[in-house]
Design a protein around this ligand. Structure first.
Ligand SMILES: Cc1cc2nc3c(=O)[nH]c(=O)nc-3n(C[C@H](O)[C@H](O)[C@H](O)COP(=O)(O)OP(=O)(O)OC[C@H]3O[C@@H](n4cnc5c(N)ncnc54)[C@H](O)[C@@H]3O)c2cc1C
Length: 335
């Protein structure tokens, strides 16, 4: 690449990660008149809010929630966002519990067009750049984020919403030290992994209504029938999540072996042959420990870190962290 093609794009705040945390922070800041650019290394927005499509012959198309399957609400501040998504037909209530035969009465929500619909709704008025990995960052009066392309991003404030190990390795690669105490706390945060199989079936599954099952099987943690859920009208698509033990043991196995093991373990519930499948490996499924504040901010540098690792390994945890981080950035900008 010739350096003459290099373009520097300015914003008030650069946010790394277009998962729910990054998108909520960008929305909060935009409402305060603070300009943001959100960067994501993936080709799709949403991070773990991921909806995927598998096409087969004869116009059979399976649409699958690949990451998070549903969420619930506890806090009034999260309820405000959820009410907005309900009002805009982005989400719907799927059930009131998945423990078989035992509904607990608490609403479980899902995206009407899949979970990634929440990310698309949030991103519609934001500047989000996909296929844009932050490779290196530097700070000299302003942040400069270098990516693999011809564009670099400059801003007063940097927000990292990538997983903690990814954020730490970006800081290390960029020779930006954190204070020892903060660094030590962040290093303690490890993540569970999850292997997911998306299976497009020949005929409807045998999974009981409403189409989601939490399992305590050696191999399987979850079965989600996307057809019953309503997001896959033209294909019987089932999402199978492996347990943490299964995912650790088979992480490096080939896709065919993984699919065979999980599909066989679920055979009674699938009750159909599989037309096509895909395997997805979630390296950062959920943090096993949490930072002791809703976000991390430094006095020395205009740097904020936020995400589910700061509150709880749920969408609500991520949103709680994002709202607190967004408000704090707003305050800092006023000074
Ligand atoms: C299989 C699975 C099941 C789940 N089940 C539930 C559930 O039942 N209920 C619930 O509430 N939650 C569930 N969750 C958790 C929930 O999805 C997460 O808590 C939430 O989505 C986290 O959002 P986030 O924005 O903090 O992180 P993420 O969504 O992970 O976003 C981080 C983003 O940063 C990007 N990124 C990383 N490094 C870089 C870089 N260098 N440059 C640019 N971009 C970068 C990544 O591509 C990613 O898009 C589940 C998650 C998974 C994977």
């Amino acid at each position: 690449m010739s350096s003459s093609n290099l373009q520097i794009i300015n914003s008030d705040c650069i946010i790394i990660g277009s998962g729910i945390t990054g998108l909520i922070i960008a929305t909060v800041l935009q409402r305060k008149g603070i300009k943001t650019i959100v960067l994501d290394k993936n080709s799709e927005i949403g991070g773990r809010l991921a909806t995927r499509t598998i096409s087969a012959e004869n116009s059979i198309v399976g649409i699958f929630d690949c990451g998070i399957q549903y969420f619930s609400v506890d806090s009034p501040q999260f309820q405000v966002w959820v009410d907005d998504w309900l009002e805009h037909n982005v989400i719907k209530q799927w059930s009131r519990g998945f423990a078989q035969g035992k509904e607990d009465g608490k609403p479980r929500y899902c995206g009407i067009n899949g979970m990634s619909g929440i990310a698309q709704h949030l991103a519609q008025d934001l500047d989000v750049r996909t296929d844009t990995k932050a490779n290196e960052i530097s700070y000299e009066k302003k942040w400069l984020v270098e990516t693999q392309g011809d564009q670099q991003y400059q801003g007063d404030m940097l927000v990292m919403t990538s997983s903690i190990p990814e954020s730490l390795s970006l800081l290390d690669a960029s020779f930006i030290p954190l204070p020892l105490e903060e660094r030590f706390s962040l290093e303690q945060i490890e993540y569970d992994r999850c292997i997911t199989v998306l299976a497009l079936l020949e005929k409807p599954s045998n999974i009981p209504a409403p189409g989601g099952m939490i399992l305590e099987n050696e191999y399987l943690a979850w079965l989600g029938d996307n057809h019953q859920k309503g997001i896959s009208p033209y294909g019987y698509g089932v999402t199978l999540h492996g347990t943490a033990d299964f995912s650790n043991y088979y992480w490096d196995s080939d896709d065919a072996e993984i699919a065979y093991k999980l599909v066989t373990a679920a055979a009674d519930y699938l009750d159909s042959s599989v037309i096509k499948y895909e395997v997805h490996r979630w390296r950062y499924l959920s943090p096993k420990a949490f930072y002791n504040q809703p976000f991390l901010t430094l006095l020395e540098l205009p740097l904020i870190m936020a995400g589910d690792a700061f509150v709880a390994s749920t969408v609500e945890g991520a949103v709680t962290s994002a709202i607190a981080a967004g408000e704090s950035i707003g305050q800092r900008y006023k000074v």
